[in-house]
Design a protein around this ligand. Structure first.
Ligand code: HAM
Length: 419
């Protein structure tokens, strides 16, 4: 074979496609009952949109974007996440006039040049929601509830919901000064990466995986304890609504998230079963982003779930949906009766029965084997003797029972047998 797929990408074969469809349907049904409507944005956007929104110093912008020049020399980037494009679409299409608040959901592939491993791909899918124009903590808790409810509806139970507040434009700079002061006092004991973060994006030191940095951070000031009164009240509101909604959560004061647009609430759902890539989904509030993208001040918040991680989690919890790829009818025909097979197949297909027949002139025995392989419920046998009477034989593939049926009664008979 001359070609292989690109590292970090996957082929989604029919069975998995069907499993995904099952999951997407559950998401759509649930999200739409919460008032969300679907949106699709282009797979590529102006690079600047992502740089400005996700943040110049973020890992995504620094190391992970698929950026290229098109033939006219414009810098474009494959969508690494869904929030910035949906904000762009919200503004460009004046969706504020359409609905306020506007609630949108998406199921789309994303692209990040990360080191591939279990649960981490370069092309992966996200199921996400975004809400525009909702200031109160009730909506933060509503979307956390929505994500958790989605997982529950899929049957999942082995996950934890973590929440935090990371302050706002007013209180965060004050806190960052304190954090930087702390890091500076121990700078030579932090890893190379954290020293870099100290300069460009100090909050991100809390994402460091090094044990030694983690220990150092045990004594560091935490954003949650240093937010302003407005942010604290908002966070108290979120927690009390979550309690009212009976959502189990823990406050993780180190949960800072990897995208710079967040303020106030952040949250993640994590699974102990998924190893290093434990976040199945995450999100938060990003009030300043819409203005930063050129809109008037508008509140924004949302979340995204990684579909591949969700599938891994479903597999771990033995909850992957059973999918049916079998057919209803396989037509087995004698030599010389292929045209008849084609005609009957067409009739059955147009009536909605999944029907196959042999295109390759194979023996009757091989055709029956094929019927087995395709998990046909019924084999429809076209043979000279029966054909002379304007009839065919139907064999129930499970029981082996056969019966003679007139062609004009076929649809009725099959309908009865299939149901
Ligand atoms: P994120 O945390 O970067 O947030 O991604 C959300 C989810 O996508 C993660 O929790 C994970 O399950 C999945 N994910 C991320 N990167 C990969 C990867 N390389 N391979 C497989 N799965 C991955 C966002 O993208 C925000 N836009 C979420 C959001 C929406 N915030 C507000 N609205």
């Amino acid at each position: 074979m001359n070609y292989r797929k690109i590292k970090g990408t996957r082929d989604i074969l029919p069975e998995e496609f069907k499993q995904r469809e099952f999951i997407y349907r559950k998401a759509r049904d649930l999200f739409e009952s919460f008032g969300f409507l679907p949106i699709i944005t282009p797979v590529f956007e102006m690079t600047e949109l992502f740089v400005r929104s996700i943040g110049e110093a973020s890992d995504i912008v620094q190391k992970e974007m698929y950026t290229f020049s098109d033939r006219s020399g414009r810098s474009l980037t494959l969508r690494p996440e869904g929030t910035a494009p949906v904000v762009r679409a919200y503004l460009e299409n004046n969706l504020k006039d359409w609905r306020n608040p506007a609630k949108l959901y998406y199921i789309l592939p994303m692209y990040r040049y990360e080191r591939p491993q279990k649960g981490r791909l370069r092309e992966f899918w996200q199921i996400g929601v975004e809400v525009f124009g909702a200031p109160g903590p009730d909506v933060d808790s509503e979307i956390i509830f929505l994500m958790v409810e989605f997982f529950k509806r899929l049957g999942l139970s082995n996950f934890v919901t973590e929440i935090n507040t990371i302050g706002c434009r007013e209180c965060r700079p004050v806190y960052l000064k304190a954090l930087k002061g702390y890091i500076a006092g121990h700078i030579d004991r932090f890893c190379e990466n954290c020293r870099q973060r100290y300069l460009t994006n100090p909050l991100r030191v809390f994402d460091c995986k090094q044990e030694s940095c983690n220990l150092l951070l045990d004594e560091a000031p935490l954003i949650t304890d240093h937010v302003c009164d407005k942010c604290r009240m908002h966070f108290e509101g979120v927690k009390s609504y979550l309690d009212k909604l009976s959502i189990n959560f823990t406050v993780n004061k180190r949960l800072v998230r990897g995208l710079d647009y967040y303020e106030k609430t952040t949250f993640e759902v994590k699974s102990p079963l998924l190893g290093a890539q434990s976040a199945i989904g995450g999100g938060g509030r990003y009030d300043p982003l819409i203005e930063e993208c050129g809109g008037s001040p508008t509140h924004g918040l949302g979340f995204a779930i990684g579909v591949e991680r969700l599938l891994l989690q479903l597999e771990e919890e033995k909850l992957l949906p059973e999918v049916k790829t079998g057919i209803d009818v396989y037509i087995v025909s004698y030599k010389g009766f292929q045209d008849k097979a084609f005609e009957i197949a067409n009739m059955l297909r147009l009536a909605g029965f999944k029907t196959e027949f042999d295109y390759l002139g194979r023996s009757m025995k091989t055709q029956f084997r094929q019927a087995d392989k395709l998990e046909a419920k019924i084999a429809l046998i076209i043979a000279p003797e029966e054909d002379a009477k304007g009839a065919v034989r139907l064999r129930n593939m499970a029981s082996g029972e056969e019966e003679l049926v007139k062609v004009e009664d076929l649809l009725q008979k099959i309908k009865k047998k299939i149901i």
